[in-house]
Design a protein around this ligand. Structure first.
Ligand code: ADP
Length: 278
């Protein structure tokens, strides 16, 4: 803290501290999934949700799983999150088996999951408070993430005062403030209107660039998958399985113009054709 500084100075110093803290804590996760099978059973009924899934997501990679509704995308993500068990195979985070939920994996869902009785800043600090992070460090981290998601003026607002897009920005900040090794995102922009969705995609890439975190993202939106990803894993249904993998060789800087590039449009056609048969 700066003696004699203004409140604004203090906030910015705390934000810088938060950035330093965020960088110091940086541990990028590697996800390894080998021969994963998931069968849901209910009485005598048996449903093969995932068959023989092999997937590695490298540290700092942005990988999207694209597939039609019901192909097992959420099941796969929930298994990586430790929220769902699996029938056979290996699921590892930095070499350790995933056996349950943990703060090393941040989740962002489609539904708004903020606590309505907490302010934006309190929502972002929630996990840190649970972990016993001291107030000043919490403040520094929340200031840093408020800046990253461009919601500094809304620090004291409550979720009901925010638009859908703003709520999802807070959800992303809250997940990142916990310094997860990976960020798991299940159709996080699925409920937003088209324009807000595009803004959120650009913001997410901005955040990913700054944070260098590993992202496993789920969507059934082809354009979203191409725009965001370094790699797309296409899944098919009945049983849920990997159909094909696409390396996305578009410029690292994903500006609006990227959506008009021949390679973008070619990928869009190819993916649409692949999914049409599913
Ligand atoms: P997606 O996310 O691709 O839409 P899900 O992972 O939600 O797919 O579901 C994959 C399949 O598994 C669907 O057919 C769904 O009905 C089935 N399923 C999901 N959860 C359960 C459950 N708890 N019990 C039985 N079947 C389930």
């Amino acid at each position: 803290m700066v003696n004699g500084g203004t409140a604004a100075d203090t906030a910015s110093v705390q934000g810088d501290d938060g950035q330093r803290q965020a960088e110091n804590d940086l541990i990028r996760g590697k996800i390894e999934i080998n021969g994963l099978n998931k069968i849901y059973t209910s009485g005598k009924a048996r449903f093969e949700a995932l068959r023989d899934i092999d997937l590695t997501v490298e540290p700092n990679e942005f990988v999207t799983i694209l597939g039609p509704s019901g192909c097992g995308k959420s099941t796969l993500l929930r298994i990586v999150a430790g929220l769902e068990d699996y029938s056979s195979g290996d699921v590892l985070l930095n070499g350790d088996p995933i056996i349950g939920p943990g703060a090393d994996r941040g989740m962002v869902f489609q539904g708004y999951t903020l606590f309505p009785w907490l302010t934006v800043r309190e929502n972002i600090e929630y996990g840190l408070k649970l972990k016993g992070v001291p107030t000043l460090s919490r403040r520094g981290l929340s200031s840093y993430y408020l800046k990253i998601i461009r919601l500094e003026p809304f620090a004291s607002a409550y979720p009901k005062q925010l638009s859908g897009g703003m709520k999802q920005r807070v959800a992303i900040a809250r997940a990142l403030a916990n310094r997860p090794k990976v960020l798991l995102m299940d159709e996080p922009f699925g409920a937003l209107d088209a324009q807000t969705k595009i803004e959120m995609q650009e913001m997410l890439l901005d955040v990913w660039e700054k944070e260098k975190t590993t992202v496993l993202f789920i969507t059934h939106d082809i354009e979203e998958a191409i725009f965001l990803s370094q790699r797309i894993i296409v899944m098919g249904a009945n049983p849920g399985r990997i159909l094909q993998e696409f390396q996305i060789d578009l410029p690292a800087q994903r500006t609006a113009e990227v959506r008009e590039m021949p390679e973008f449009l070619r990928l869009k056609r190819e993916l649409a054709q692949l999914l049409r048969h599913e």
